[in-house]
Structures are given as C-alpha cells and as structure tokens.
Design a protein around this ligand. Structure first.
Ligand SMILES: *Cc1c(COP(=O)(O)O)cnc(C)c1O
Length: 225
C-alpha cells in the first residue's frame, strides 16, 4: 500500500467524524516531510510538532500557508527560536514560560497566540497547571501584564487508560476548567479554544466540548522515534 495515499484517506475519514466548528491539528512529529505534504495536498493546513528544531527544519519545506502548532514541552532556552514561527504554542505549562514567551515576542515584534496546558490526567509526569492553579492565575489577572501574548484558551490530555469513563471525566474537567476561568475573568476576549483529544480518544473529547483536536497516529500511522 502507498503510505501517502493512506494519509489522504485517513484525513478524509476523520473529517467526516468531526463536526463543524472543531478544528484538527495533524500531529506530524517524527514524520518526514513527504508525509506532511500528502496531508497538505489532502487539504490539511495545521500541523503539530513537539520539538522546536524539527518544527524549524520543516517550515521551509512546506507551503507558506502551513500553520504550525507547538505541542511539546517547551524549554526556556528554545523560546527565542520558536517565537514568530508557531501560529500557536499550545503547551504553556508555567507562568515563567509564559512571561518568557511574552518578552521574546515583544522583542521580535510579534504577537504570540498560546494555550495554557492544564493537567488533569492520572500520570504524574505530565506537564501543566492544575485546574486550581490555572484558575488562580486568571483570578489574580496575571494575563493583564502580557504585552505581546494572547491566551486563546486551554489544552489538556486525558489519562492514558482504556477506562472510557475516566477519559470522559478528564475531558469534562478540562472543559469545566475553561468555564471556571471565564467565570473568574468574564472580560477575557478570544479565550475560546479547548484543545483536547488525540487519535484514541478524540470522539469523546468532542462530546465533552473540544474545539480543537490533535491527531497524529490515526493520520500518519505509528511514529518511529
Ligand atoms: C503526540 C501528541 C498527540 C498525538 O497523539 P496521537 O495518539 O498520535 O494522535 C497529541 N497531543 C500531544 C500533546 C502529543 O504530544
């Protein structure tokens, strides 16, 4: 089978399961650019990468209207290189990182669009704010000091488990965190993105309120790390 033909078919099949108003990031980390091009030809425009250098390497090899979402843990020493190249940084997992993104964006003369990463999953190792930490940030109105960063919403992951009830509860908690932030800061504008759901669980995420899903394996097949 031609793997690149599969990609177009996979995208088409997944699109049929995604309602209007929900966007899809094609998570292309660890996949070579010819696979991304096949997705582009099938109409996909937003790609997700988890390493700064890989993202930067791929940009010049793809058409100019390709949009890049950064979805991995962002090390502070890489912020300067990423700012201005990602249309969204989905994985802001500390106030320190957010402040650094803001400072570097100001310096570069760009406005960065970001999502705050919320941690609700069972796994200890995942990065992100707890729901209460994140709500606290908005109650304190920390965002008011940002000069070149627009917080567009939140991103999260469900527990890595076959227990569908647990996965659903995790997504519900992410959506509830988004609502509670809007209650804490009702004047927030453009805080409307809830990024949640991956290949194995995105239909549940959509039922629980996702506006953006991040799908890798179901489009590109398994990654070779
Ligand atoms: C790798 C990754 C995905 C995609 O996962 P799949 O199971 O391959 O769809 C989504 N979100 C994040 C944050 C990731 O790191």
């Amino acid at each position: 089978m031609d793997a690149n033909a599969d990609i177009a078919q996979n995208i088409e099949a997944i699109r049929h399961t995604i309602p209007a108003g929900v966007e899809m990031v094609a998570v292309s980390k660890f996949h070579p650019v010819d696979r991304l091009r096949a997705a582009y030809v099938a109409g996909q425009r937003i790609f997700g990468e988890s390493r700064v250098q890989e993202l930067l390497d791929k940009i010049p090899q793809m058409p100019a209207d390709t949009r890049w979402h950064f979805i991995g843990h962002l090390q502070t020493n890489k912020v300067r290189h990423l700012v201005g190249h990602a249309s969204m940084i989905e994985s802001v997992d500390s106030e320190r990182l957010l402040e650094l993104i803001d400072r570097e964006s100001l310096r570069a003369g760009v406005v960065s669009r970001v999502l705050m990463q919320v941690h609700v999953a069972a796994e200890e190792t995942k990065f992100g704010f707890s729901p209460d930490e994140l709500i606290g940030y908005f109650e304190r109105r920390g965002f008011e000091s940002l000069q070149a960063t627009h917080i567009c919403g939140i991103m999260g992951m469900a527990s890595n488990t076959d227990d569908e009830a647990r996965v659903r509860a995790d997504f519900a908690e992410i959506a509830r965190t988004h609502r509670r932030i809007l209650e804490a800061a009702p004047d927030l504008r453009g805080f409307d993105t809830i990024s949640m759901g991956m290949s194995g669980d995105y239909p549940i995420a959509i039922e629980e309120g996702a506006t953006l899903v991040r799908i890798g394996t179901a489009i590109f097949g398994h990654r070779e790390y």
